[in-house]
Design a protein around this ligand. Structure first.
Ligand code: PLP
Length: 367
């Protein structure tokens, strides 16, 4: 049996009418730039998250970039973040002339190790940027209390964590600003690039809203040098049509994670899990597997899709060579980069496929 890592065609088939109608509506009014669907989606996203404001933008990367700008980050500043994330998390910091200061991770959940934050804070630190990796929130209480103590802003990279919960609050709403990616493969995915920033702070929302249209509040008058980073009207319409399904899709992901965890109990692998006061949305179902590359080769023979997030931590990337001395070694992330593998977990998987995956994994370790 062939099982894809992700199959977006199945999702489209299940909600075809909603999507086709949403696209037809945009075609009927032709307000392709900041059309009414953008505002509608922003209102519904803010309601879903429980924030006062949501501002759509062109991508998750831009959501981070605009948020850093809204916090005044620029040349000479430092931003503390995790070394185990997608490149965008660090890239946006560097693009503003600031320096990413990388933290090692916790071995059991791959999120940044909050015990290491304080020793990395310097007089140049401006922001802490936790990433809620794979859909599980970072330890926000510790992060928020350190930020308060040192007068720092917190920008949550919640690109992978829409709908995830920490102590009753949604991911993205705990810090000063929260950033989402709607990259097509995300739990709430657009049909192209898209992103959003959520916040309860009026001034921050206002700045992000200006920055996404060249720093302009009034057309042709520019208070800041901004970007062209608007959320596309088609994407907003598609996201708004999909948002009402998000919680039921998340439930499916959690069911499948539970099924895998029961099937794999007792195998010599590290399983992902919910934690106290947190609600995991399983954007990825990620295992730590000894002989990972052999495991991936076996999966290829079995025709089951899988992927590795991430094979090289950020502090070891070629472009951050000059920061190597400052960062030193971050051994947990370096080790995990050689062990992690993510299995299919999209909501439209069938029970037959899940059984096949579970049997294949079990066979690999028992043979
Ligand atoms: C943790 C993280 N941060 C940032 C991004 C950037 O989002 P985008 O691809 O929408 O620009 C992504 C996803 O791609 C991500 O997974």
């Amino acid at each position: 049996m062939k099982v894809p890592f992700l199959d977006l065609k199945r999702q489209y088939a299940s909600i075809e009418k909603d999507i086709d109608e949403a696209i037809a509506d945009v075609l009927s009014h032709t307000q392709f730039i900041l059309g009414p669907e953008v505002k509608q989606f922003e209102e519904n996203l803010a309601k879903y998250c429980g924030t006062r404001y949501a501002v759509g933008c062109a991508s998750g990367t831009d959501a981070l970039l605009l948020s850093l700008r809204a916090c005044g980050v620029g040349p000479g500043d430092e931003v503390i973040t995790t070394t185990f994330s997608f490149f965008a998390t660090a890239g946006v910091i560097s693009r503003l002339g600031a320096t990413p200061i990388f933290l090692d991770i916790q071995p059991d959940n791959y999120n940044l190790d909050v015990r290491q934050i304080e020793k990395k804070i310097s007089k140049n630190t401006k922001v802490i940027m936790p990433v809620h990796l794979f859909g599980l929130c970072a330890d926000m209480d510790e992060i928020l209390s350190l930020a308060k103590k040192h007068n720092l802003k917190v920008i949550e990279d919640a690109a992978q964590a829409i709908g995830s919960v920490y102590k009753g609050k949604k991911a993205g709403t705990l810090g000063d600003l929260g950033c989402f990616s709607f990259f097509p493969s995300k739990n709430l995915g657009a049909y192209g690039d898209a992103g959003a920033v959520v916040t309860n702070d009026e001034e921050s929302a206002d700045k992000v809203r200006m920055l996404r249209v060249h720093g302009s509040r009034q057309k042709y008058y520019h208070e800041m040098v901004g970007y062209n980073s608007r959320l596309d009207t088609f994407q907003a319409a598609i996201l708004d049509a999909k948002l009402k399904y998000l919680d039921q899709w998340t439930k499916k992901r959690r069911e499948y994670a539970d099924y895998y965890n029961r099937a794999f109990a007792g195998l010599p692998i590290q399983l992902p899990h919910d934690e106290k006061d947190k609600y995991h949305i399983f954007h990825q179902y990620t295992l730590s597997v000894p002989k990972r590359d052999q495991f991936k080769e076996y999966f290829k023979q079995k025709e089951i899709g899988c992927d590795t997030y991430y094979p090289l931590p950020l502090h070891q990337q070629e472009c951050y060579r000059e920061l190597a001395q400052r960062n030193g070694s971050l051994p947990v992330a370096e080790k995990k980069a050689g062990e992690v593998v993510s299995l299919p977990i999209f909501p439209e998987l069938t029970q037959n496929e899940l059984n096949y995956i579970a049997e294949s994994v079990t066979y690999f370790f028992k043979q």
